[in-house]
Every structure is written in C-alpha cells, then in structure tokens.
Design a protein around this ligand. Structure first.
Ligand code: THU
Length: 161
C-alpha cells in the first residue's frame, strides 16, 4: 500500500500579512535572539510562545562548553511556559535567528531541529490544541503553518508507550 504525507504552509516576504498578535509574537522572538548565549556556534536563536491568556514567553538558545548540554531556544521557551503557566495552552510559536558566522544567509528561514519538533508535538498533544508556527529569516521572510505537528510526521509519542 502506497501512502504519502504532505502539509500546507504559506510563504511571506515580510510580516505584513500576519495578524497583529502574530506580528507581535515574531517581534518578541526577534528580541529573544539578543538574549541568546551562543559563544560556540555563534548561531543565536530566539523563540516566543503566545499563550491563550495573551502572555508571551520568550526563550533563547543557551550553550555550554560541554556542547550536548546546550539547549535550543524553542525548548527553553516551552520549559518556561510549562513551569510558569502549566495549564495555559500555547496557541503559537515564532522562531528567529542571527547567524554570527554567516551574515550573508539573511534569506534562509530557520526551521526547528528534530528534538524541538518532538517537544512541540508533545505540547500540542498534551494541551489537545494545535499550535501555529512562524519561522523567519533575518531579512524578515516568513513561513507560516497552522500546526506544529505537521513538522514531524509519523512521530513517536506517548501513544506508543
Ligand atoms: N538551535 C536552536 O536554538 N533552535 C533551532 O531550531 C536550531 C538550533 C541552536 C542550538 C545551538 O545552540 C545552535 O542553534 C546551533 O545549532
């Protein structure tokens, strides 16, 4: 039996087409980039989460001389949200970055790593609500998708345990 997986997303040249709440969320992700601690990779990432109560939670990547101890911006933000507003659903995530070693990569749109996709998926399943995703480039190009789950097809999850 042949099967396939596909999902839809939108590509924007700038934030003009985003709803005001999502534009503000992307702005928060841009601010979070500046709080990144990435002396090793010099790849500075910011993530911002919009909670159902209107709060915005920010996170940035935090590296360590023992490289595997570093943590991505998305999972920093998810951990802050879960430990400060555990029952508040996360309705959207925005992700931004600045590449300190390749300032020419301004149009490249960042997409979360596999571990972060796994964490985003668990959050949507736990809260039983989808999470909109805004991915951005330093020049302001945007990928928008309706549900973070699309980023990890055929995923492992709690249903398997
Ligand atoms: N990083 C993130 O924070 N989020 C991503 O989606 C991709 C990668 C971080 C991890 C590491 O500190 C640096 O970017 C380079 O991989």
């Amino acid at each position: 039996m042949h099967k396939s997986v596909s999902f839809e997303y939108q590509l924007f040249d700038n934030d003009n087409e985003l709803a005001p709440d999502l534009r503000a969320l992307l702005q928060a992700a841009n601010e979070a980039v500046r709080l990144s601690y990435a002396p090793y990779s010099k790849f500075h990432v910011g993530a911002a989460l919009l909670l159902a109560n209107g709060e915005i939670i920010k996170g940035s990547n935090q590296e360590n001389a023992s490289f595997p101890a570093g943590i991505c911006a998305e999972r920093v933000a998810l951990s802050v949200a879960s430990s400060t507003f555990p029952s508040e659903k996360i309705t959207a995530v925005a992700i931004s970055y600045r590449n300190g070693t390749d300032p020419d990569s301004l149009d490249h749109i960042l997409s979360p790593c596999g571990i972060c996709r796994q964490s985003l998926l668990e959050t949507t399943q736990r809260q039983q609500r989808s999470m909109r995703v805004i991915l951005s480039s330093p020049s302001g190009r945007i990928i928008y998708l309706e549900n973070a789950d699309s980023l990890l097809p055929l995923a492992f999850s709690s249903y398997h345990l």
